[in-house]
Design a protein around this ligand. Structure first.
Ligand code: ADP
Ligand code: ASP
Ligand code: MG
Length: 412
């Protein structure tokens, strides 16, 4: 059972979470619980780091931002004990959850599941585990898994103890066809395939961290997204509650062509104008960006008409926009271009569905619908089960709603 930030935002909510845990324990289930920090806490900790020193050591950043989860794990264990349920809190280093050394973006390497199971048996207590954090074995330093990383902690622990299910309790009652806060007519999906969820999450739907879906897919963990706001006492622990199961494609009977729409406003567009059209230019542009650890996403290049010069457009995370421009500036003489243009007021809208593999013309319908709304498309990329469009941010809501109805996803 994993509980997100809004679900543990104050003592009342933590008490509510404890009642969810009690319900499962009373029903005879053995549960491990993963907690996030209280809503807003991690943001505040990140902000403090920035205020203390703009260029800070990532090891100390992790020491600071991992602290939010320590508080909620302790508070939940206390609350459970007060309800008569034996419980103990565990931090990443105590369990231990071993990770890579990539501070702030660490990956989980190893969790000793057998040891955890033995502890369950021996002490018969609920383990309340801090999400988002682990420890690097060799240096002994605390690490964190990237924003939203508690989902990943939960799925990794579920895999390690071979849990029957990994329930992700959040502030919505499942995965919707698009963010229900933007499109009120979005519908909850009963099931979604791992591959589709992976695309939704990586294209901007923050309901699950991407890495958690990857882990679930590799280790075959049944991930179930559900609401923590449902009254614990009203739920029958033996019945299927409302929520969304992330599962194998084969388990989904009725497959729509389009399953969901995701969008991300954290994009920036860069256009390199009048570069020489010759072998090696793409490398001259993208190698320095890769070396600067800047993730390039959409790439659009034309074939020049005169065989002399062309333009190249690509996107980077908005947070890396200035660094990317700076990197290109420094490499100007080796690349050889006239100028660099850029924009940060852009949004990437992605349409996702396994059904696209076997249907033609899915994207073409979107181009037409957006044209009718006079929304200009700056760049396009496609893959087997997804296509993405870069548009002006001002049109985000209109574009998402238009595509949502176009593909028949609106709730009646
Ligand atoms: P938690 O703190 O529980 O981890 P998050 O804020 O990380 O919760 O994720 C839940 C939020 O994800 C929801 O409040 C919702 O606004 C957003 N979201 C974005 N896309 C979707 C989607 N397709 N389905 C459900 N929620 C979505
Ligand atoms: N507290 C962390 C964050 O806000 C991890 C999480 O909530 O999943 O990113
Ligand atoms: Mg989250």
């Amino acid at each position: 059972m994993k509980f997100g930030g809004t679900s543990v935002a104050d003592i009342d909510r933590i008490r509510n979470v404890a009642r969810h845990v009690k319900r499962e324990v009373d029903a005879g289930h053995q549960v491990a619980v993963v907690t996030s920090a209280m809503a807003g806490t991690t943001n505040r900790l990140v902000e403090w780091c920035r205020e203390a020193a703009v260029l800070h050591d990532a090891r100390e950043y992790d020491a600071v931002v991992a602290s939010g989860e320590q508080i909620t794990a302790g508070l939940l264990a206390m609350t459970l004990e007060a309800m008569g349920i034996t419980a103990r809190s565990w931090q990443g280093w105590q369990l231990p959850i071993y990770t890579s050394e990539a501070h702030a973006t660490a990956r989980i390497l190893d969790i000793n599941g057998a040891e955890l199971i033995a502890r369950f048996k021996e002490r018969n207590e609920v383990a309340v585990i801090t999400g988002f954090q682990g420890v690097h074995r060799e240096t002994g330093r605390i690490t964190t898994l990237g924003r939203g990383g508690s989902d990943t902690s939960a799925v990794a622990i579920a895999a390690a103890i071979a849990a029957e299910r990994c329930d992700i309790y959040t502030d919505v009652d499942g995965v919707y066809t698009t963010d229900p806060r933007v499109v009120p007519r979005a519908q909850r999906l009963d099931k979604i395939a791992f591959e589709e969820m992976l695309e939704l999450a990586s294209q901007g739907a923050k309901v699950l961290q991407v890495r958690s879906v990857e882990l679930g897919m590799v280790h075959n963990v049944r991930i179930f997204v559900r609401s923590s706001f449902d009254k614990p006492e009203d739920i029958d622990p033996h019945a299927t509650p409302p929520g969304t199961l992330i599962c194998d494609e084969g388990e989904i009977m009725e497959q729509q062509v389009v399953t969901g729409i995701a969008f991300s406003k954290d994009e920036a567009q860069i256009s390199v104008r009048r570069i020489e059209d010759k072998p090696g230019v793409a490398a001259a542009i993208f190698v320095p960006l890769a070396e600067a650890n800047i993730n390039v996403d959409m790439i659009v290049q034309n074939v020049s008409a005169d065989g002399a010069t062309t333009d190249l457009t690509f996107t980077v995370p908005a947070a890396d926009f200035d660094r990317a421009k700076d990197t290109l500036n420094k490499a100007k003489s080796t690349i050889g271009y006239e100028r660099v243009d850029g924009a940060t007021d852009v949004t990437k809208v992605s349409v996702i569905g396994i059904g696209m593999r076997s249907h033609a013309g899915v994207a073409a319908r979107a181009f037409q619908a957006l044209a009718e709304r006079r929304i200009n498309i700056r760049a396009i990329t496609t893959s087997e089960i997804k296509f993405s469009l870069l548009i002006d941010s001002a049109f985000t809501e209109l574009a998402v709603r238009t595509l949502h109805s176009l593909y028949g996803l609106d709730k009646a």
